[in-house]
Design a protein around this ligand. Structure first.
Ligand code: DON
Length: 305
């Protein structure tokens, strides 16, 4: 497996030149566009790595899978999906125009920013500090990494420039979907996106979902099979935004991308995959990371369809 990963990283590395590192959050511009790394953890706990798998990056939208789990565990499926839908949008991750369409009274799904902000608002805690502590501890548990922490620079950069998320959150408040203090909810959302991870951490998230909500090493059930299934299904239909359809056909693995260049993928009952490649295509997905995953899916016959 290690040999295969080395081959795929080398084969696809030139593609990192094709895309562009995200710059709408200024601190993300510092990433090295040539980086490309992968980690696979199988159901026996074997860890295989290649390329720049140790490079740290902020979790960004991959966090939406974990916050959704925590919000459902806090509130139940019914309450969460009364405030956010289950349908793909076919639009960009930060699109908000559908919120103003007739008959749309909630964000279409939890993987777009509008939906994720609503999900974060549902996470319980006495104060905003406690809410973020709960999120961080939950992320630490699932990644099996107690050292996980906030990247303060990215968080502040995002807080300063996240005007569209601010606009969206106030619109959601006006629609009666978002309850509570808007600025406080946004602050928690920006922090949640700025938790720093590497390929091993996100492979562990994929593994946790592949193992139906249980930590592989200990057998501890953190969430239910049903909640893990909801998350994997939404990853298939909405995880790669307006590229999810083609991704499902060509790769066929539940996956979630983030603007810092991560892709977290989960092959049910088989493995968790973490990929990092900060050079992005115009839809906000890792250019080379996507190709590595496509090659891997074909070589190992990973499509779930
Ligand atoms: O809210 C934002 O814009 C970022 N914190 C997360 C966006 C993101 O990762 C979209 N993914 N492709």
């Amino acid at each position: 497996m290690k040999k295969l990963l080395d081959e795929l990283i080398e084969k696809n590395r030139h593609l990192t030149k094709k895309g562009k590192v995200a710059d709408y959050i200024p601190a993300l511009k510092k990433a090295n566009s040539k980086d490309l790394g992968i980690c696979i953890i199988d159901m026996k706990g074997n860890i295989y790595t290649s390329g720049e798998y140790k490079t740290k990056f902020t979790i960004q939208s991959i966090s939406k899978t974990l916050s959704l789990m925590l919000a459902i565990m806090d509130n139940g499926v019914e309450k969460v999906f009364s405030k956010v839908g289950m349908e793909p949008t076919g639009d960009a991750f930060n699109s908000m125009y559908k919120l103003e369409m007739p008959d749309v009274y909630k964000p279409l799904n939890p993987m777009i920013n509008a939906g994720a902000i609503v999900v974060t608002s549902l996470i319980k805690g006495e104060s905003s500090e406690e809410k973020f502590e709960r999120i961080l501890n939950f992320f630490r548990k699932i990644t099996c990494n107690n050292k996980l922490n906030l990247n303060e620079e990215v968080y502040l950069s995002e807080k300063e420039t996240g005007n569209k998320n601010v606009a969206m959150a106030y619109l959601l408040k006006d629609m009666g979907i978002l309850e509570g203090d808007v600025e406080e909810i946004l602050d928690i959302y920006f922090k949640q996106c700025s938790i720093e991870v590497d390929c091993i951490d996100i492979a562990n998230i994929g593994l946790f979902l592949a193992n139906r909500g249980k930590i592989l090493k200990t057998g501890e059930a953190i969430t239910t099979d049903y909640i893990a299934r909801i998350v994997k299904t939404l990853m298939v239909t909405c995880g790669m935004y307006d590229f999810s359809g083609e991704f499902a056909i060509r790769i066929g693995i539940p996956a979630k991308s983030g603007v810092s260049g991560g892709i977290m993928a989960s092959v049910p009952h088989r493995m968790g995959i973490g990929i990092y490649g900060p050079s992005l295509d115009e839809k906000g997905n890792s250019v080379a990371g996507y190709e590595v995953l496509e090659d891997l899916s074909k070589k190992l016959n990973l499509s779930i369809f």
